[in-house]
Design a protein around this ligand. Structure first.
Ligand code: NAG
Ligand code: NAG
Ligand code: NAG
Ligand code: NAG
Ligand code: NAG
Ligand code: NAG
Length: 351
């Protein structure tokens, strides 16, 4: 009799143990995200920033995973197998614009398994160590039909709505991260500055660190600053960043990091020197555009004002980026062409 009771009870014990295991298992799983969040709540600002970026771009993150599964090494084979067409970027204006034109055409080509055709002499190729094939002769592009974007800084879904067996030239500014977001890893690989530029930058940075030799480079936070004024001060379209913006942005970083050196590039140096806050360690640089951009890109974080030169300096640096929140003048043509969600990279901080 007692034997049966024992078995009876031990059955309950086994069921009980299983029950406890299951419930605690479920609870354990449930607490993981909470643990993560409470940990990140105490830890650095960077982590919170990454979480926010993920939330805002959830659908793009999903795309990224799908696309990356295809893998870059097989895509050329696929092009040949499927006889897809090619895309030619149409380069207009200066460096920042050119990088948008390249990056977006690159992204669209990748998303449609197409080839991108670049000329050896394109500025993009002279500055960056591209990992794609470049050609001596790109006259074939002249026979391709042109597709124009609708608005310059708004993601145009219709621009990419074409048959990938055909070939096109994609024209105008294409200033939205949404064109290339699923391929940012591959894009970053393409946008590696050439060795001459990198050496030049390294020398400049070492000089700056030496000047502040009481700060070890290991512990120093470099914040690149791009102040765009000059040509756009009188623009009907652009607002230029104010001295107050610079103060807000500098304070943003001062509140979060120690031993900061700000490195400033500008197309209006006298203004930059006058209005950059002076109670900080600040250095001004003035080199060729690509060296300035590469120097800012090698900093830990970035303060940008307006314009595509700053945009790419911040993107390439890959840290925190603050931007001037209201770049388009009210009632201007630019205001109609620019969608801030499409234009500003997710996670960047508008001040
Ligand atoms: C690109 O090629 C891959 C592999 O053949 C295929 O799975 C994918 O659907 C293609 N993508 C497009 C947009 O055609
Ligand atoms: C989409 O692009 C095609 C080809 O460029 C054009 O004919 C059509 O009008 C565009 N549609 C919209 C809604 O803009
Ligand atoms: C580095 O030295 C300068 C001048 O000697 C001093 O003003 C500054 O506070 C020092 N910086 C740090 C981070 O120690
Ligand atoms: C970095 O800074 C921290 C505190 O700010 C200090 O304890 C540490 O010794 C520094 N490390 C180096 C390599 O200078
Ligand atoms: C800044 O960036 C450099 C180079 O990427 C890195 O070695 C350094 O640790 C970074 N500094 C801080 C404080 O994160
Ligand atoms: C900007 O584009 C997004 C979609 O990316 C859209 O939801 C939003 O309404 C647009 N904003 C404006 C001001 O047109």
């Amino acid at each position: 009799m007692s034997k049966w009771i024992k078995i009876y009870f031990s059955g309950y014990v086994v069921i009980g143990v299983i029950y406890i295991l299951i419930v605690s298992g479920i609870q354990l799983c449930g607490t993981f995200p909470i643990l993560l969040i409470s940990e990140t709540g105490n830890s650095s600002h960077i982590v919170k920033y990454i979480l926010r970026e993920d939330k805002e771009t959830m659908s793009y993150e999903r795309n990224k995973i799908t696309f990356e599964n295809i893998g870059p090494s097989t895509s050329r084979k696929n092009d040949m197998l499927t006889h897809n067409g090619a895309l030619c970027p149409v380069f207009e204006q200066r460096l920042g614009n050119n990088i948008f034109q390249f990056a977006s055409t690159f992204g669209i080509a990748k998303s449609k398994n197409m080839t991108i055709i670049l000329n050896k002499n394109d500025r993009i190729n002279r500055i960056f160590k591209l990992a794609i094939e470049v050609r001596k002769d790109t006259s074939v592009c002249n026979s391709f039909k042109v597709r124009n974007e609708k608005l310059s800084a708004t993601h145009d879904k219709n621009l990419t709505n074409f048959n990938q067996k055909e070939s096109f030239r994609l024209r105008h500014y294409l200033q939205s991260w949404k064109y290339f977001f699923p391929f940012i890893k591959e894009l970053k690989k393409q946008l590696t500055f050439r060795a001459e530029i990198v050496n030049n930058v390294r020398e400049n940075i070492v000089k700056i660190l030496h000047k502040y030799n009481n700060v070890s480079s290991y512990n120093t936070t470099l914040v690149g600053v791009h102040i765009r004024r000059g040509d756009i001060v009188k623009s009907r379209n652009w607002n230029v960043a104010t001295p107050e913006y610079l103060i807000r942005a500098v304070n943003y970083f001062k509140d979060r990091y120690k031993n900061i050196i700000f490195i400033v590039a500008s197309n209006e140096m006298p203004w930059a020197k006058k209005y950059m806050p002076s109670d900080i360690s600040v250095e001004f640089i003035q080199n060729k555009a690509e060296v300035d951009m590469a120097t800012l890109a090698s900093c830990n974080h970035t303060i940008i004002t307006v314009g595509s030169f700053g945009w790419w300096s911040g993107w390439l640096a890959g840290g925190e980026v603050t931007y001037f929140k209201w770049p388009a003048k009210q009632g201007s043509g630019l205001e109609k062409r620019m969608n801030y969600t499409d234009y500003f990279y997710p996670g960047w901080i508008g001040l």
